[in-house]
Design a protein around this ligand. Structure first.
Ligand code: NAG
Length: 188
């Protein structure tokens, strides 16, 4: 019995740990201080795996391909810098962060958070994240972004005529009068 319990706990810890390499964000530059730069890392997977292997010391990473003005390679970071939407190098960047950093509590709690279900707040997007797969996680990402993020709309996959994903906004757009079943929004 105890062996069984231990086994379950170990499996769930492993799953939390491993999922950090499934949320790559192409075209997102999280510029900010890094603690290690590895020039010889040649893929996003190896960069993410290295961040995982570093444990809690590494919270996020940016992998840079050749072509821009940044030196190509893998940059490991001790925090999660906010998204640099004006970066002229973003098309050469892929970023990732530890999923466990998204704290779904307070107004982002699920259930019980302050969510505008079926509400679209179009406009003022400064980033669109495709790796975020729920409205509480989109809310938590807006929290993580600090003052820069004022509001968000999460649009589920497959909504007709809508781009899906977590849309982060640098101002609070008014609520659209067009109903959107696939949308959930929130403000700060
Ligand atoms: C964003 O990236 C640009 C380079 O494209 C850089 O000059 C600027 O300092 C960055 N902003 C922040 C907040 O890091």
């Amino acid at each position: 019995m105890w062996i069984y319990v231990t086994f379950i706990v170990t499996i769930s810890i492993k799953i939390v740990y491993l999922q950090t390499c499934s949320n790559f964000e192409d075209g997102i530059d999280r510029s900010g201080p890094w603690y290690a730069y590895i020039q010889t890392m040649l893929s996003t997977d190896s960069c993410c795996n290295l961040c995982n292997a570093e444990g809690t010391r590494c919270q996020s990473w940016v992998f840079v391909r050749a072509g821009g003005t940044y030196a190509p390679g893998c940059y490991l970071k001790q925090n999660i810098p906010s998204i640099n939407e004006t970066s002229t190098n973003k098309q050469y960047c892929t970023s990732g962060f530890k999923q466990t950093s998204l704290i779904m509590s307070g107004r982002c709690a699920y259930p019980g958070g302050i969510f505008e279900l079926g509400i679209d707040r179009p406009g003022y997007n400064y980033a669109r994240l495709l790796s975020i797969d729920s409205h509480p996680a989109c809310c938590a990402m807006c929290q993580l972004e600090g003052d820069k993020c004022r509001a968000w709309t999460f649009i589920r996959n497959g909504a007709a005529g809508k781009e899906s994903g977590c849309l982060l906004k640098n101002q609070i757009p008014p609520i659209s009068n067009v109903p959107c079943v696939a949308c959930t929004s929130g403000t700060k």
